[in-house]
Design a protein around this ligand. Sequence first.
Ligand SMILES: [Zn+2]
Length: 138
Amino acid sequence: MKIAKSFRWEMAHRLQCHKGKCFNLHGHSYKMEVEFEGSVDSNTGMVLDYFVVKDIVAPLVKKLDHSVIIWEKDKILIEKISALNSAHVIVPFESTAENLVGYFLEKISKSNLPKNIIKVKVRVCETENTYAEDEMVL
Ligand SMILES: [Zn+2]
């Protein structure tokens, strides 16, 4: 059985390696769907309580909401955003949708999930028309 919950946040970024428009600092209304697969607990009738899902994922999203995500190699942007005293999160990767999926998958899989959960899937949508998705077997 699978259950899923979606989350939304606003975040700015730029892609240093991009040769086109995405090199510019810009923002997205991100949407993420997190799916958990596992057996239904016979006592609770649930795979995983949605409130537990929120407890795990919401703090990760809150950290990024209304911030600028910056690759640690983008020294000039770190300097400029810091000078503005604007919220930012420095990460060791280019902030593509693909890398954000990996970021969330790693953090969610390391949270204290119950033993019945066997797989986690994360889908990050940068726009209404695009997404990246991956899954991790636990
Ligand atoms: Zn973008």
